[in-house]
Design a protein around this ligand. Sequence first.
Ligand SMILES: *[C@@H]1O[C@H](CO)[C@@H](O)[C@H](O)[C@H]1NC(C)=O
Ligand SMILES: *[C@@H]1O[C@H](CO)[C@@H](O)[C@H](O)[C@H]1NC(C)=O
Ligand SMILES: *[C@@H]1O[C@H](CO)[C@@H](O)[C@H](O)[C@H]1NC(C)=O
Ligand SMILES: *[C@@H]1O[C@H](CO)[C@@H](O)[C@H](O)[C@H]1NC(C)=O
Length: 270
Amino acid sequence: MQPLSKLLSAFALLGLALAALAVPSPAGPRTLQKRFGPLCDLSHDNISTVIPASINDGQARPLLPPIADSPTFVVLGVGYANYTCLPNGTWLSLGGLLELFDISCVPIDARATFTADVQQAWLGAPANLTAQDIVDTAGLADAPFALGQLYWVPDPLDPSDGTYNPVWDFGSTAWHDALAGFADHDAAYLTGFRTGLVPAPVDPAVNIEWVTLAPLEKDGKPLGTFADQVFRIFCNGGATTSDTCDPNGPDFLSKTALNFWYYGGYWATH
Ligand SMILES: *[C@@H]1O[C@H](CO)[C@@H](O)[C@H](O)[C@H]1NC(C)=O
Ligand SMILES: *[C@@H]1O[C@H](CO)[C@@H](O)[C@H](O)[C@H]1NC(C)=O
Ligand SMILES: *[C@@H]1O[C@H](CO)[C@@H](O)[C@H](O)[C@H]1NC(C)=O
Ligand SMILES: *[C@@H]1O[C@H](CO)[C@@H](O)[C@H](O)[C@H]1NC(C)=O
């Protein structure tokens, strides 16, 4: 299982990065147990320095500017984008399922390359391996950087309209332990909708769009308070491989590795 071990070593690297960077204090890595937050300091991370300045040129739905100087969390997502074929032979995105990992300890200028390397390893992994299998096989379920999952739900405002919204659910083991006794479960998740969408700066036929998102609100209440704004950037893969499809064919699963940068939200002030 050479490709699989390559993928696992990418995550071992992540662990090493954490071991090297996140444990300088005698308090140890799980300061999260006392206070939620990224494993490494993000207060100097300026997303404008890693997004091409021309990203919004000529775009109908430009990315919004960040609502704060620095992100509250920076997370790697690895998994599948999920498509089904409509009766007219075009693809419909159903969302997908991604595992989420804290990559705050990967330096800002190394995150794009790190994410691309993870995608290469993920592409080389056996086709029947799920992102959850990576977590299980590598014994990552209890790792301090394993944060939870991203999945999609039918539009909470109109479940019958055939569209889906992303839910970032930070209910992993590490967070679950730290959240024990914590009453406000809303702070552990977020349901989003898109506020901006532009083609990936490199190879947009293969790599899905870069996106800004905001919390979806229902009855005047945000569906989750984990963050007030999300950037989806450094997107590798996740697109369909054809414009048309066979309506009787199977769902198409497209491997992807990308970043989510979260701004504001409950954890910015707690
Ligand atoms: C972030 O970088 C951009 C582009 O270099 C700059 O204009 C902006 O002032 C920076 N923001 C902060 C908070 O340093
Ligand atoms: C295919 O059907 C979907 C859903 O009804 C529609 O949104 C889309 O525009 C159609 N595409 C074409 C090429 O007809
Ligand atoms: C893809 O979407 C279909 C339809 O919602 C679902 O049955 C399937 O479990 C999904 N697969 C993954 C890997 O998320
Ligand atoms: C995945 O496929 C390999 C062979 O390619 C097989 O040995 C293994 O049992 C499969 N695993 C699952 C979970 O289906």
